[in-house]
Design a protein around this ligand. Structure first.
Ligand SMILES: NC(=O)c1ccc[n+]([C@@H]2O[C@H](COP(=O)([O-])OP(=O)(O)OC[C@H]3O[C@@H](n4cnc5c(N)ncnc54)[C@H](OP(=O)(O)O)[C@@H]3O)[C@@H](O)[C@H]2O)c1
Length: 327
């Protein structure tokens, strides 16, 4: 097997740390692993498979000679990283939203649209965490009958907003007078129906990502989809209550059978229910509460849960690399 020279940008963050763990877990064939972070972390020592390395700044020296860089930083920094990656002909697998809707950049969920990877030009985007678990469940269902529409309400974990968000929840748990700065309101003991900022149509950025990314990944540019994205005081694991309407009636047992037979999914038959604690720490997308809608006979309802830091972020990025590098 070819040995890969790899780097993690944002290695000190929640997603970066998870990429590190998953490379080790999956025995990713590493010749070398470099890690980079902001000025704040440069020089810090970090354990990596087979030893320990120092955190580097994001510059030419970090990129030179690498085959692939996993980028787990915010969009503005990811754009700078893309310039460096191009200059050094390094494959960049980006977790941010910077390039997801760029028509020249594949937006990939391995197991759903692997074919989109062919002919990539050096950057591959990994979708938003809530999109990944949604399309993992929608794709097999769309094989039973064409989708007419999708409606989704999310219950998103605090870790989806990064390290500082988790620290904010912990501060609030310890002190009743802690003032929120990451989230618009206190998150502990609360539920906040706002994930990112709102646009003029009343939908948030996160809700519009669910629409546009799902359409691109599933190659259904007209798919009607409406989302309500909600933050809940859970550490890891996003949940989604989804109504999928089809152009014709799909038997519930057929849908259950298809979900149960899909690699990467764990179908949970009633009366058991999938929860974030079931999904935390593993790579499965848990699907349960499957039932026929009482509103429309052609619609099914389901509940989808997955670890936002793993399949929702790091695992998906590593799986993209494995396929793109032919490992
Ligand atoms: N969390 C999730 O569930 C999730 C899911 C999907 C996608 N994403 C996306 O993944 C990215 C990372 O998210 P996260 O949750 O891991 O955030 P995070 O915990 O806040 O980590 C951010 C990382 O970015 C680094 N960084 C900040 N400024 C930098 C700079 N100027 N140069 C180099 N590195 C810099 C930080 O390094 P320092 O430690 O040195 O500051 C840290 O390693 C974001 O684009 C996010 O939208 C996150």
């Amino acid at each position: 097997v070819r040995e890969i020279h790899a780097g993690i940008l944002g290695a000190t963050g929640l997603v970066g740390q998870e990429v590190l763990a998953i490379l080790e877990e999956r025995h990713f064939p590493l010749a070398e692993l470099r890690v980079a972070g902001s000025a704040r972390s440069v020089g810090q020592r970090m354990p990596v498979p087979g030893g320990e390395v120092g955190v580097q700044p994001m510059d030419d020296a970090f990129f030179a000679g690498l085959d692939v860089v996993f980028s787990a930083v915010a969009s503005d920094i990811a754009r700078q990283a893309a310039n460096l990656a191009r200059r050094h002909a390094v494959l960049l697998i980006d977790k941010s939203s910077a390039f997801r809707m760029d028509p020249a950049v594949p937006l990939v969920v391995p197991g759903v649209n692997d074919a989109a990877l062919t002919g990539h030009s050096g950057i591959v985007a990994s979708p938003n965490c809530s999109t990944i678990q949604l399309v993992m469940a929608l794709a097999p269902l769309a094989g039973l009958a064409p989708l007419a529409s999708v409606e989704v309400a999310t219950y998103q974990a605090v870790s989806g907003a990064g390290r500082e968000a988790v620290q904010e929840m912990e501060r609030e748990a310890a002190a009743a007078d802690a003032v929120p700065s990451v989230f618009p309101k206190r998150i502990i003991g609360n539920v906040i129906p706002q994930v990112e900022t709102f646009g003029e149509n009343g939908y948030s950025v996160e809700e519009m990502k669910l629409l546009h990314e799902t359409r691109k990944i599933m190659n259904l540019p007209e798919l009607p989809l409406a989302a309500t994205a909600v933050r809940v005081p859970v550490y890891r694991g996003h949940a989604e209550a989804v109504t999928v309407d089809f152009v014709r009636e799909v038997p519930t047992d057929e849908a259950a059978g298809r979900l149960a037979a899909t690699p990467g999914l764990r179908y949970v038959p009633m009366p058991d229910v999938p929860t974030p604690l079931d999904a935390a720490g593993n790579d499965l997308v848990w699907v349960g509460r499957l039932r026929r809608s009482l509103v429309r006979e052609t619609a099914l309802q389901l509940f989808i849960v997955s670890d936002n830091l793993r399949k929702g972020a790091a695992t998906n990025a590593v799986q993209i690399a494995e396929r793109a590098l032919g490992l």
